[in-house]
Each structure stands twice: as structure tokens, then as C-alpha cells.
Design a protein. Structure first.
Length: 309
């Protein structure tokens, strides 16, 4: 049994991770400042003897004794991370230093939840880990993209200078139950709009692409990367099947049986045109690949939103 700190543990991905670690027999310290996290996501774990909830902000230091740290804390939807851009930057920089310092003191292994956004609006397709990216350092997404890029650099430098065992995962768009219905991300928006009979808000012409990974596959990938013993470079974890936003909208309409129409709205500034992971490294190092096709993952996600509506 290990003692594992999950920052951002009350969020979408963090709550699934906490659940899996508890099920495996670990002791979980779930830390969250509840900016985008929700108590309802972890309500079922609160009475578990190996689960502990800590309300805290990683921008401030904290002293805990743990074996592993999953640093998931950071708002992930553009709407949320642009709400207070300076705070977003602090979370990925000052917060990252605090978590790396904690890992160094405890000799704990630390996994950083990085993002496909480090590739920006990529000029190389699909994206491999050795691509340096195409990021606007001053645009509205930069608080997130550049924050995550600094966080990766901090991890690498703590590894080189202090031998901290780091794991960097570049997460591509992930969806599933417990995504906040109001967080503005495309999958939650489309499903909730379809279920309410409202128009599906397609930004731009809807020809931009994303590759959607179901949350269970993603969590498997995170745990595999954390638990193998090599410190390799960053690893893309995502589903390499690429869809346009129009295709996603059509699939959501088909599965929900909704008669909602499409409403085209302006494309947000610096919205990446194409995004798809090259997952060769994850396949080779982790023997990992996603198992859940979009159709099946959407079914489960739609069932969840129907239940909570
Ligand atoms: P989320 O917004 O649901 O969860 C983030 C959690 O972090 C929330 O519970 C929030 O309250 C908490 N948090 C934010 N700032 C904090 C701070 N300063 N101190 C303590 N807690 C804080 O988002 P998510 O989709 O679960 O994403 C989790 C992580 O994975 C994030 O780091 C995100 O950047 C990364 N990621 C997610 C995706 C995705 O598609 N879901 C893609 C790429 C990267
Ligand atoms: N998008 C959309 N309608 C919405 C929300 C998002 O068409 O209601 C588009 C958005 O412009 C982007 C894609 O869907 O091209 C994915 O957006 P999301 O915010 O989910 O994540 P991103 O990958 O951009 O961080």
C-alpha cells in the first residue's frame, strides 16, 4: 500500500484517479481548492477509511508525507483557465515548484498532468513528443499553454539537479462522466445542449479536429506511466482517432435522438485547427493504447448526464 497525493483530486480526471487508487488498495490524500472541482465527484469516497480530503491551494506550500504525487491541479477548460489567467499561471508554476519540493523532500515520485496544449496550434501532424510546438506566448490560451510548458521544464530541472523521479504525461482531450456540465468544453456542451433541446454551439466552421480519449483509458495510462520504473521523457496519452467538431455534433445528435439544430459561433482566438496524438511512445514504453471507441464512451457519458440532469 502506498500513500498517494492527488492534487486536483475533486476534479473530473482527479476524481476517477482517486477512485481507482482506492480500489487498488492505496491510501489517497485528495487535495483540492474547489475552483473547478466539485464535492459531488468524490462524495462516495468521503467515508472510505483510506481516503482523506484536504482543502488547500497548491500555490501555497504544504507539508505531507507521501510516496507518490499525481499533480492534476489546474483548471482545464478554456473558459475556466481564462477566468483568472494570472492564477492559472501561478498554479502551473508556483504550484508546480511546491509539489516538486514536496516530492524532493519525501523522495516521492511525481507525475505532472501536462497537456497537448504544449504543442499549441501544431504545424506537425500527428504530434510526437519531440515536436516543440507552435504556441502564441501572449494569446488568451498562453496562461495555460505556457504555464504547462514551464511546469514541464521545472520537472526536468528538478530531475536533473535533484534526481526527483518525474513522470510527464501530455494528456489529449479526455471526456467522460463527471465532466462539469457547465465547464464549456465541447463534449459536455454538445451533450447537455442536445439533451435540453438547445442548439449545439459549433465554433467556426466545425472543421477543426480533436481526438477524444475516454476517461478510463486515460487513467490506465496515467497509472502505467507512474508505476513503471524508468524516467522517460514526456509521454502522449490520448486517443489517436481524430474527429471534426461537426462529426462530433452529428454523433451526439444521433445518440441522444435530439432534434437540436447547429448554431455556428465565432471561432475563439488561437483555437488549434488540428490535434491528434502520436502514441508510439506510450505503446512501446507502457504497452498502453486506448480501448474505448468514441461511440461507446459517448454512450456512457450521455447516460451520466441524463442521470444528473
Ligand atoms: P478539472 O478542472 O475538472 O480539474 C482540475 C482540478 O484542480 C479541480 O478540482 C480544481 O478545483 C483543482 N485546482 C485548480 N487549481 C488548483 C490549485 N491552485 N490548488 C488546488 N487545486 C486546484 O480538469 P480535469 O479535466 O480533471 O484536468 C485535470 C488535469 O489534467 C489538469 O491539470 C489539466 O490541465 C490536465 N489535462 C486535462 C485534459 C482533459 O481533457 N480533461 C487535457 C489535458 C490536460
Ligand atoms: N467547441 C465548439 N463548441 C463548443 C465548445 C467548443 O465547437 O461549445 C470547439 C472549440 O472551438 C475547439 C474544440 O471544440 O475547437 C474543443 O474545445 P474544448 O474547449 O473542448 O477543448 P480545447 O481542445 O480547445 O482545449
Amino acid at each position: 500500500m502506498s500513500t498517494i497525493l492527488v492534487t486536483g483530486g475533486a476534479g473530473f480526471l482527479g476524481s476517477h484517479l482517486c477512485e481507482r487508487l482506492i480500489a487498488r488498495g492505496d491510501e489517497v490524500l485528495c487535495l483540492d481548492n474547489f475552483f473547478t472541482g466539485r464535492k459531488v465527484n468524490i462524495e462516495h469516497l468521503l467515508t472510505h477509511p483510506r481516503f482523506e480530503l484536504i482543502r488547500h491551494d497548491i500555490v501555497h506550500e504544504i507539508f505531507l508525507e507521501v510516496d507518490q504525487v499525481y499533480n492534476m491541479a489546474c483548471p482545464a477548460s478554456p473558459q475556466a483557465y481564462q477566468f483568472n489567467p494570472i492564477k492559472t499561471i501561478k498554479t502551473s508554476t508556483v504550484g508546480m515548484v511546491n509539489m516538486l519540493g514536496l516530492a524532493k523532500r519525501c523522495h516521492a515520485r511525481i507525475l505532472q498532468a501536462s497537456t497537448s496544449e504544449v504543442y499549441g496550434d501544431p504545424l506537425v501532424h500527428p504530434q510526437r513528443e519531440d515536436y516543440w510546438g507552435h504556441v502564441n506566448p501572449l494569446g488568451p490560451r498562453s496562461c495555460y499553454d505556457e504555464g504547462k510548458r514551464v511546469a514541464e521544464s521545472l520537472c526536468m530541472n528538478y530531475h536533473l539537479e535533484h534526481q526527483v523521479e518525474i513522470r510527464i504525461v501530455r494528456i489529449f482531450n479526455t471526456y467522460g462522466p463527471r465532466m462539469d456540465p457547465g465547464d464549456g468544453r465541447v463534449v459536455s456542451n454538445f451533450i447537455n445542449q442536445a439533451l435540453r433541446g438547445e442548439p449545439l454551439t459549433v465554433f467556426g466552421d466545425g472543421q477543426q479536429t480533436r481526438s477524444f480519449c475516454y476517461v478510463d483509458d486515460l487513467v490506465n495510462g496515467l497509472m502505467r506511466l507512474m508505476d513503471q520504473d524508468q524516467t522517460v521523457g514526456p509521454v502522449n496519452i490520448g486517443n489517436p482517432h481524430e474527429f471534426t467538431m461537426l462529426e462530433l455534433a452529428e454523433e451526439v445528435l444521433r445518440q441522444t435522438g435530439s432534434s437540436s439544430k447547429l448554431q455556428h459561433l465565432p471561432l475563439p482566438k488561437d483555437d488549434p485547427q488540428q490535434r491528434c496524438p502520436d502514441i508510439s511512445r506510450a505503446r512501446e514504453f507502457l504497452q498502453w493504447e486506448p480501448k474505448t471507441p468514441l461511440r461507446e464512451g459517448l454512450e456512457k457519458t450521455i447516460a451520466y448526464y441524463r442521470e444528473v440532469m
